[in-house]
Design a protein around this ligand. Structure first.
Ligand code: UD1
Length: 421
């Protein structure tokens, strides 16, 4: 059975190590295609989205082997052909293979990428930017064909700092002829990770961690070794779980420097935090305080990927909290499930959720409908009295190595349905 069973109402206590970041690992794995040499990617999370990316890389001819501490990718024998459709449709981040493959092969045929069902998720910004670099697109039997006779640098401006479009431009620009100047780039730390890997391969990129990136392309890139940073979203999920259950936890390796907006929110809910070189120590309040307003926005704003986890903690808040979702329109799907647990959530407009804090949540049978919302339901189950069963856990497996193990390390009573692994 595809489910997680939780006996809630226990304050989290103890220490857990935070896994490597999914959103950093995926574009870095795609970027290994830009060289003809083997790379070693350390701290790569063992999650189903990474496995899907690896099957795509293998279907293109890469040799991939896992070691205890990471994964070797050898792209020396890549055949420039069509991508396996099954993996692509299930994962939106297969989209960053577009930029990498157009750089390496000059031609890509792929299914329209999938991903979480959290909104329309168009790809117009990707297509427009790559188009200006000499890529032409056409649709053929429902598939996307991209071709570039001559991939060339360009002056580009993104009207919205799309993470995926920024990554695609960087990947294509690294092998394009000449210089690319990208204005309006996304600032998410995962962009820094992608640039970090490419720099270690010999790429020339200026302006990392700013909105203006300058990439001088056409250089030969070498295989390299790179360590994926810890996952700020996984760390944030565990942090809000603790805010809602009470207790004290140490999130080892949590990348606190990249989590300012999240930490400020947790503090405004009454958590006491101490950031140390190697992680975050958190002491939760007995009951979370209400927050005046949490508004998701591009980095360094509050991440949309943690909106559901914050919503779960705010559901127990001592008063009303307002949550504004500005990035993905369907991200309140978790609310429906949280209501089954006794949360009082009032949608007062598109992307506006007024949370009337209740004193306690109760266990229920709820269904994960997407990755981050699913993890938030597990967190809510920990906060609730009695038993919660979360179904649809294949979504959670996309981004969390082993959420049950991690919460058990923090003293929770959690078990996974037998047929999950
Ligand atoms: C990435 C993250 C995802 C996170 C999101 C926002 C990965 C693998 N996924 O997704 O976890 O929730 O950033 O931080 O890194 N948009 C367009 N046209 C486009 C592209 C995007 O309109 O061509 C819109 C989207 O519909 C959405 C917004 O821009 O409303 C943000 O999308 P984007 O930043 O591109 O997110 P992803 O890269 O898909």
């Amino acid at each position: 059975m595809d489910s997680i069973h939780i006996q809630g109402g226990i304050a989290l206590q103890g220490k857990v190590r935070i896994q490597g970041s999914k959103n950093a690992a995926l574009p870095v794995l795609a970027a290994t295609l830009l060289t003809k040499e083997r790379s070693f990617i350390r701290n790569c999370p063992k999650i189903s989205d990474v496995y899907a990316m690896i099957s795509l890389l293998k279907s293109l001819g890469c040799t991939v082997s896992w070691e205890e501490d990471g994964v070797y990718v050898d792209p020396s024998r890549v055949q420039c052909g069509e991508m396996g459709s099954e993996e692509v449709t299930g994962m939106r981040s297969s989209l960053c293979l577009l930029g990498a493959l157009i750089g390496r092969c000059g031609r890509v045929v792929m299914e329209y990428p999938g991903g979480c069902v959290i909104g329309k998720r168009p790809i117009d910004l990707h297509l427009e930017a790559l188009g200006k670099m000499g890529v032409s697109f056409r649709e053929q039997e429902g598939r996307l064909c991209a071709e570039a006779r001559r991939l060339r640098g360009a002056r580009l401006r993104l009207p919205f700092p799309s993470v995926g479009a920024t990554e695609n431009v960087i990947l294509a620009a690294a092998l394009a002829e000449g210089e690319t100047v990208l204005e309006g780039a996304a600032l998410e730390p995962e962009i820094r990770a992608l640039c970090g890997y490419l720099l270690s391969c010999g790429a020339q990129i200026e302006g990392v961690d700013t909105k203006r990136l300058v990439i001088r392309g056409g250089r030969r890139l070498y295989g390299s070794e790179y360590r994926i940073p810890a996952d700020r979203i996984v760390a944030g999920t565990y942090l809000f779980a603790c805010v809602g259950t009470g207790g004290e936890v140490f999130l080892e390796e949590a990348p606190w420097e990249d989590m300012t907006a999240v930490l400020e929110t947790a503090e405004s809910m009454g958590a006491k935090l101490c950031t140390e070189q190697d992680g975050i120590y958190l002491q939760a309040p007995r009951r979370p305080g209400a927050v005046e307003r949490i508004q998701t926005s591009p980095y360094p704003g509050f991440p949309t990927d943690l909106q559901s986890a914050a919503l779960a903690a705010a559901a127990l808040g001592n008063g009303d909290s307002l949550i504004l979702e500005t990035i993905f329109e369907n991200r309140f799907r978790t609310a429906e499930e949280l209501r089954k647990m006794g949360a009082q959530l009032e949608e007062t407009g598109t992307g506006r959720m007024l949370v009337h804090g209740v004193e306690s949540l109760h266990g229920a049978r709820v269904e994960a409908k997407e990755l981050r919302g699913g993890a938030a339901l597990v967190a809510a189950g920990l906060m609730a009295r009695g038993e919660t069963v979360v179904t649809g856990c294949r979504f959670i497996d996309r981004g969390y190595e082993n959420i049950c193990r991690d919460f058990r390390e923090l003293g929770a009573r959690v078990s996974c349905g037998t047929s999950r692994r």
